[in-house]
Design a protein around this ligand. Structure first.
Ligand code: BGC
Ligand code: NOJ
Length: 816
């Protein structure tokens, strides 16, 4: 059982102790407009705002070796050539360590007594990244060496950059001034921006032509210039511009030297574009390099990255939590992941190439649920942006582009769960902030821009859409698919070149129905009725209660299969996820959402539905498969779900996202042991064997191969998954049970009986709550007493404190 690293909780870092991790282990830099991804061996790339249209450095996805482009430093010392991050040369190091922290990564490598440390981060609000580099001589002799930096520039539009060489091989342009390399391809004509790659120390040479630095027949593992110990001061004319600096160092025994490299995206704005014909006006670039030439400025910038995260994390921190993996996730890493998913949706990761998808309608709405406590104003704007891509009849563009904020016509619409998620995100925002004015924001509709539609109108449009679009059983129509993108019940795709997601529905008409959407509707209706009650609009609340009751009746009369909830009805009105099916008898999503929506509460079905999950889908240490049995053959009438090999992705893989809903389900039942056990079963920090799990131990992966696959426990597609937001909701609001409600903070933990207690600090609507939970009687759920600043109060919602209060002390005792 190999182990590749460990958590350093005090530093909020994950420490990787071997560079040859089972897969590249990634981290993100930046949280405003400039972003970078960096792996433990310094692989990755950077972009500004949009990974497709403003990519700064190149990355070759699905390469072999994997992850072979990045922010590299090479050392040439005598005959030996090495990288502090091990790759690309893979020269054996005497010591290696990579610390992934929040918004930064620090790689340290040592060979023959020389240590090189590379700290990479993006300062807040800056469109650049800094690599602070320290070279240390740990020997008793003077050491002479050359250090080389290396990045490969991308021609900004990433798709063109990697496909259209008849053009791109002739467009590359650079300039060199002092220690700075300017990448200015297409600047002369249509671009008003460039990339700067500068060194804050004097250099001893540079290269900007890849052929000169690497060589046409060499690889990044044996670049020509480094082997020769000398850059040739090449200037790229076309082909592939790169940035490489050479720094010669002579370090006395015990001496060290520190300097920095800066990689920046610079927009020229109103400045004159040129100093002379073809000569870039470098005013801004010079200013940036000058600023960071002062190492104090570098350190101050890094300190502000750390401080910003401490401030954000101070909004929710738990202490004395008996489960260490849970504490790590909820206090640090889950919140870091939530930031990444909020910012990047599903666009840019080790698995998402940044050229495909924009922001997902359902994805971004759900991302808000775990993010809203961190930066509610950004969540507010996001909700309005998403809502503006909904049409007046309730349909939604499934995706929109972050740069234009316009719906993406290629991806189209017709995913019938989309409209309802907007209700969940809006209610989460109002619960967090108490700010209901968001409802009155006039955002129009995608088909009638400038119309008077408010966000509140959109919520009602969503409700009406689901109610109006129902099928033979009275259940909501599924459309192209619901949350499960692969349940394409109307598609009937038999051509290999068709996309399951965008091919028009064929043949049978759009009659297939989704029980999951029915459950989601129940949940959304409860949310909305609660919101109307908060607004003191009882008539509206009652109207929604009526819709709720109507849908509940349909669910209970049409969708109970005997021991669990049916998943759907196909285009022939045959059940999907039923005992009558040969494969795919039990599905997870309908159990989850019917329970979350409040079905099965009075007739015992909620419990039975979860027991079915436990029996057929759950495996300890692995989590729940999406359905059982996996499909062993392709079903034309089911679509992509039956296209994956059994046990992977939506065909009975452990799809982490939907597991989280079951976790909430167990807490609703008061089953603290089960809830925590299930939570830990998919928790990356609780995976004992890195060689089996393979993905990063500090962030969730979208999918783990299930017990129905040949490779159980192997995770894929880490970082950008809806699991991030929902897991934070599970841990913070349902297990530890500190849950924002419209009228205040509700305290409702559900924990194993053996837990003696824990505490949570929560900043909420301007007040810091210090909440101490005690469990003297060994209960799982139920608040016996709530004492607020020394005064016992009824119920389990902390009353809104008097105006001006900034701190509140809360003592909670669990018990019946
Ligand atoms: C994947 C889904 C994904 C969908 C849309 C499918 O191939 O299995 O997880 O949501 O594509 O990109
Ligand atoms: C990934 C997609 O981003 C998400 O929207 C979808 O719900 C899941 N796959 C499940 O298919």
């Amino acid at each position: 059982m190999a182990n590749y690293g460990h958590f350093d909780d005090a530093q909020r870092e994950f420490v990787i102790t071997r560079p040859d991790t089972p897969l590249p282990w990634l981290n993100y830099l930046g949280q405003d407009e400039y972003f970078g991804m960096v792996t433990q061996t310094a692989g990755g790339y950077s972009f500004w705002k949009d990974a497709k249209l403003r990519r700064l450095t190149r990355y070759r996805y699905n390469n072999n070796p994997m992850d072979n482009d990045g922010r590299f430093l090479y050392v040439k010392q005598g005959k030996s050539v090495w990288n502090p991050g091990w790759k690309p040369t893979r020269t054996k190091l005497d010591a290696f360590e990579c610390r992934h922290g929040l918004g930064y990564t620090r790689i340290k490598g040592r060979k023959d007594g020389v240590e090189v440390e590379q700290l990479m981060f993006v300062p807040p609000q800056e469109n650049l990244e800094v690599w602070k580099v320290t070279v240390r001589n740990k020997t008793k002799k003077t050491q002479k060496l050359s250090l080389f930096s290396y990045v490969e520039f991308c021609f900004f539009e990433a798709l063109n950059d990697m496909t259209n060489y008849q053009r791109t091989y002739s467009i590359g342009e650079v300039e060199i001034e002092g220690n700075a390399i300017y990448h200015k391809t297409e600047y002369r004509e249509r671009r008003n921006h460039y990339t700067l790659f500068g060194c804050t120390r004097d250099i001893d040479g540079y290269d900007t032509s890849r052929d000169a630095f690497v060589g046409v027949h060499n690889s990044l593992g044996d670049p020509k210039a480094v082997l020769a110990g000398k850059c040739s001061n090449s200037r790229a004319y076309g082909w592939n511009p790169v940035g490489a600096h050479q720094v010669n160092l002579s370090l006395k025994p015990g001496a060290e030297e520190t300097f920095a490299f800066v990689l920046a995206y610079v927009e020229q704005g109103d400045l004159p574009k040129f100093d002379a014909p073809f000569v870039l006006n470098k005013t801004k670039g010079r200013e940036i390099l000058k600023r960071f030439s002062d190492l104090k400025a570098v350190d101050a910038a890094f300190a502000s990255v750390k401080q910003r995260w401490e401030d954000l994390l101070s909004i929710y921190q738990a202490a004395n939590v008996p489960s260490v993996p849970l504490a790590r996730m909820v206090n640090t890493w889950n919140q870091a992941q939530v930031m990444a998913t909020f910012n990047l949706s599903r666009s840019t990761s080790g698995y998402e190439t940044g050229i495909g998808r924009g922001m997902g309608y359902r994805d971004s709405n759900q991302d808000v649920l775990g993010f809203v406590h961190l930066l509610p104003d950004r969540a507010r704007q996001r909700i309005l942006d998403i809502a503006a891509t909904q049409l007046s009849d309730g349909t939604c563009y499934h995706q929109y582009q972050p740069l234009t904020k316009k719906g993406n016509a290629d991806a189209g619409s017709g995913f019938n769960d989309d409209p309802l998620w907007l209700i969940l995100s809006t209610c989460a925002y109002i619960r967090e902030t108490g700010d209901a004015t968001i409802l009155d924001a006039q955002i129009g509709c995608a088909d009638i821009p400038g119309s008077k539609h408010t966000l509140r109108d959109h919520l009602e449009i969503s409700v009406a859409y689901t109610r109006r679009n129902r099928g033979p059983h009275g259940l909501p129509l599924i459309g192209r698919a619901d949350w499960n993108d692969c349940l394409n019940l109307n598609c009937f795709s038999d051509q290999p070149n068709e996309s399951f997601q965008t091919t028009a529905n064929k043949g049978k008409g759009d009659v297939a129905e989704s029980v999951m959407i029915a459950g989601l509707f129940l949940y959304a209706a409860r949310d909305l009725a609660g919101l109307y009650r908060y607004l003191k609009q009882e008539d509206e609340a009652k109207r929604i209660d009526g819709y709720y009751a109507e849908m509940l009746e349909i669910v209970e009369s049409q969708a109970w299969d005997g021991a669990w909830y049916t998943r759907a009805f196909d285009a022939f009105s045959k059940p999907v996820g039923s005992k009558v099916c040969k494969e795919g008898k039990v599905y997870i999503e309908s159990q989850a959402w019917c329970v979350l929506g409040g079905a099965g509460q009075t007739n015992g079905r909620a419990k039975k539905a979860l027991q079915a999950v436990d029996k057929y889908l759950y495996r300890p240490g692995l989590g729940c498969a999406l359905q059982y049995p996996a499909y062993s053959e392709y079903h034309l009438e089911l679509g992509e779900v039956s296209s994956y090999p059994p046990g992977y992705k939506e065909n009975a893989g452990v799809f982490s996202h939907n597991n989280t809903w079951i976790h909430i389900g167990w807490t609703m039942m008061g089953e603290g042991e089960k809830a925590l056990e299930y939570y830990l079963s998919i928790c990356p920090a609780a995976k004992p064997d890195h060689d089996v799990y393979r993905s990063e131990p500090y962030v969730y992966a979208q999918m783990t191969a299930s017990h129905l696959s040949p490779t159980p426990g192997e995770a894929k597609n880490s970082w950008l998954t809806g699991t991030a937001a929902w897991s934070f909701v599970v841990a913070s609001q349902y297990l530890l049970g500190v849950r924002p409600d419209f009228n205040g903070l509700t305290i409702d933990p559900c924990v194993p009986k053996a837990w003696k207690g824990f505490s949570v600090t929560r900043k909420f609507r301007g007040v810091t709550y210090t909440i101490e939970v005690k469990n003297p009687k060994g209960r799982s759920k139920g608040v016996k007493s709530l004492v607020v600043d020394g005064v016992k109060v009824a119920g389990n919602t902390i009353p809104v404190p008097a105006a001006g209060t900034t701190a509140v002390k809360v003592e909670v005792t669990l018990g019946a």
